[in-house]
Write a protein that binds this ligand. Structure first.
Ligand code: FNR
Length: 364
């Protein structure tokens, strides 16, 4: 379908299903085992209800948001995701171009299909990026890579901690991979192996499952920038992150792709509000998983998130190249502005938990 007929992130998903290669679709859309977390990620936002305010002059609305001190035109960033090139030749470079035009930030994955230098050079000089790392079993490789990242001017590191083992993604395992796939930064290439074709598994063999909280000392011995822990799924770990002086956490179950039946992020967010409300002033909290609408973004922010990240929709939009990604950002902006007006607010600082009713899920 032509881009002009795409009205929502759902439309992009439907279009991508029909145009992507079987392998790309399987890798992008798949989630772990019975897809329970994946589905809950999407459906739980529907169990949070708005409590809009009226007669509040909503002529002008402002969606600007600061994420780790970096200005973003919207309260969202592109989640790190592997191998965007499966969607379109321009890959992560296409996403970078679109994001820089629209003023939002891309978090580039270590498993990207282009090297970080190539991704960054697709945007205007000095455009900000975030970088996501999986720690390599061979630690000097991670140190060298982060040196390159630092030299490019990147100062915000996302350390993904919810993948000491790859999830069991059967749809991905079932479709054979070609031999052409590579992830130049990770030191491994993603090709099929004897037992199947699961891309996450074959591409993740370098990831160190022995990583622990104590390794933050090692990380900080050479990384002087900010550190965000991605994949926090409990109040206990959120508190630990705060105690360790971490700058931010992403409440995430990895898009339902790793431990199936782990909680959707919105439930962890509610738990945090209940048991550790002080954390929101100690570090920035982000959520991801299943965010598809402007209303989903607003709900997460009402509940204390600074921003959200969005994964699959950007990959699906990229099947139209850079223009598709720009179009997706426009759609999200439009939905967000409309929802803000209808909720009765004109900038994001006015959001608070009194604007939502979480009664349907508070007892969970
Ligand atoms: C991911 N995700 C991910 N996370 C990460 O830290 N490093 C990575 O390399 C990847 N790779 C990746 C590939 C693909 C195809 C997907 C769909 C996801 C997880 C990602 O950052 C994010 O947590 C989820 O995608 C959020 O869920 P939604 O928005 O896709 O529902």
């Amino acid at each position: 379908p032509p881009l002009s007929s795409i009205l929502s992130s759902h439309d992009f998903e439907i279009a991508a299903h029909s145009t992507l290669s079987k392998k790309a679709w399987a890798f992008y859309s798949s989630a772990a085992t019975d897809l329970i977390s994946d589905r809950a990620n999407k459906s739980f936002y529907n169990r949070v209800w708005f409590r809009p305010r009226v007669l509040r002059d909503v002529k002008e609305v402002d969606t600007v948001c600061m994420i780790q001190g970096v200005r973003s035109s919207l309260p969202l960033f592109v989640a790190p995701a592997a191998m965007a090139r499966l969607a379109h030749e321009s890959g992560e470079r296409g996403i970078a171009k679109a994001c820089s035009k629209k003023g939002i930030i891309q978090c580039a994955s270590i498993n990207a299909s282009y090297a970080i230098e190539e991704i960054v050079s697709a945007a205007p000089a000095d455009y900000p990026f975030f970088f996501q790392l999986y720690v390599n079993k061979h630690r000097p490789s991670s140190e060298l890579l982060l040196k390159r990242v630092w030299d490019l001017g990147i100062r915000v590191l996302f350390l993904t901690v919810d993948a000491p083992a790859p999830g069991k993604r059967e749809a991905d395992e079932a479709v054979r991979a070609g031999d052409i796939l590579s992830t130049p930064m990770s030191g491994t290439s993603a090709t099929r192996d004897k037992t199947g074709s699961g891309l996450a598994r074959t591409m993740g063999t370098y990831i160190d499952p022995s990583l622990s909280w104590e390794d933050l000392v090692w990380l900080r011995s050479f990384w002087m920038g900010k550190v965000i822990v991605k994949g926090v799924q409990s109040v206990e770990d959120a508190k630990r992150a705060s105690k360790e002086g971490i700058d931010g956490i992403v409440l995430s179950n990895h898009g339902g792709r790793n431990l199936d039946t782990s909680s959707p992020a919105v439930l962890v967010l509610l738990e945090l509000r209940r048991h550790c409300p002080e954390i929101f002033s100690q570090l920035e909290v982000y959520v991801d998983g299943g965010i598809r609408r402007g209303t989903d973004i607003l709900k997460a922010l009402c509940l204390g998130a600074t921003a959200v990240s969005i994964g699959r929709p950007f990959l699906y939009a990229l099947s139209y190249g850079e223009d598709g990604v720009e179009h997706l950002i426009d759609i999200l902006r439009d939905e967000l502005e409309t929802a803000m007006r209808l909720l009765g607010i004109t900038d994001l600082s006015q959001l608070h938990s009194g604007l939502v009713n979480t009664g349907d899920i508070d007892h969970l």
